[in-house]
Design a protein around this ligand. Structure first.
Ligand SMILES: [Fe+2]
Ligand SMILES: [Fe+2]
Length: 318
């Protein structure tokens, strides 16, 4: 039954206890700061004979009707979508972070600098993703469609309760940590250029996850049971909205694969493709964040039945 295992709390201000420090976060981010030109450009090119995405996210190996070349091509299509979708998501993170810090610019200098640095890094990431997308399009023979436009997706997400949006962003930030550490770091067969992008993104996202934890804490501070329930309702609505986008993206990826390989899949093969790849997309962009221990810790700290409600839906995105 929902709520029976959740930690109860009536004082969400206790959330701030033992949390991340703004000064430490800022100093850590300044230490690892990189430039786009260090990562791509000149002789730093994508190698299209290699896979771009780890199999744990791409899930192409079980598509037995595809040969090895076709699996690699699909893997690369998924890589292009990964760059594009993260670019889309980060476009709504930037205004959200700026809006969060704007009303209190005179309270804590480290806090302000940490959040502005966070926003600046996301803008840099968007630019980096765009550069990689350009490289991809230059080296990949056919068109790969992407959901969008980013501005409409952002508008729909940002229309939700701010605590819901902050929770969705927190899920995304922790997700990038899991992607790199669990399935990219030790995969020595990935294209080194693509892997370098994922590694450099992971390095900076580590501080974002901490800062977003602080955002959720301050937004949820003082919320009662109804307030927490509304935040989770909004979070689930954002998840449902993103899931609709992933359904469309899966169909775009199918189309891209058929165009790139010059092959038309049978009705049965398409069905298997859509089922398998939609689930792979769900895990990549939603499920892997929902089950991240740090995200779950935040849900526990929110109290009431926040954790139980997310635990109940997480298997859909596994
Ligand atoms: Fe980012
Ligand atoms: Fe981020």
């Amino acid at each position: 039954m929902l709520g029976t295992t959740a930690i109860k709390t009536s004082n969400v201000s206790s959330l701030a206890i033992g949390t991340y420090d703004y000064r430490d976060t800022l100093l850590a981010s300044e230490k690892v700061n990189w430039n786009i030109d260090d990562i791509i450009g000149g002789d730093k090119k994508l190698d299209f004979s290699k896979r771009f995405m780890p199999e744990a996210l791409a899930r192409v190996q079980d598509l037995s009707f595809l040969n090895d070349d076709e699996k690699r091509i699909l893997n690369q299509i998924r890589g292009y979508a990964y760059l594009s979708i993260f670019g889309i998501v980060e476009e709504f993170i930037v205004p959200f972070v700026l809006d969060h810090v704007r009303p209190s610019l005179d309270t804590d200098d480290y806090r302000v600098r940490a959040f502005l640095h966070f926003a600046e890094e996301e803008v840099k990431h968007i630019q980096l993703f765009k550069r990689f997308c350009e490289e991809f399009r230059a080296g990949f023979a056919t068109e790969c469609k992407i959901i969008g436009p980013a501005s409409e997706i952002g508008k729909a997400v940002l229309a939700h309760n701010p605590t819901s949006v902050a929770l969705a962003i927190l899920m995304i930030e922790w997700m990038t940590q899991a992607h790199y550490l669990d399935s990219i770091k030790d995969d020595s067969d990935l294209d080194s250029q693509f892997k370098s992008l994922l590694k450099n993104h992971w390095i900076e996202e580590a501080q974002h996850a901490k800062l977003d934890t602080r955002m959720v804490e301050s937004l949820a501070d003082g919320l009662d049971e109804d307030g927490i329930a509304a935040a989770i309702d909004g979070f689930l609505a954002i998840g449902g909205f993103l899931d609709e986008g992933l359904k469309q993206q899966t169909l775009f990826d199918l189309e891209a694969l058929e165009t790139a390989t010059g092959r038309t899949l049978s009705v049965e093969e398409r069905e298997v493709f859509v089922t398998t790849q939609l689930q792979a997309n769900r895990w990549t962009y939603i499920g892997s964040g929902m089950v991240h221990p740090k995200f779950q810790q935040m849900l526990d700290r929110l109290g009431y039945d926040a954790r139980a409600r997310i635990d109940e839906v997480a298997p859909v995105f596994a």
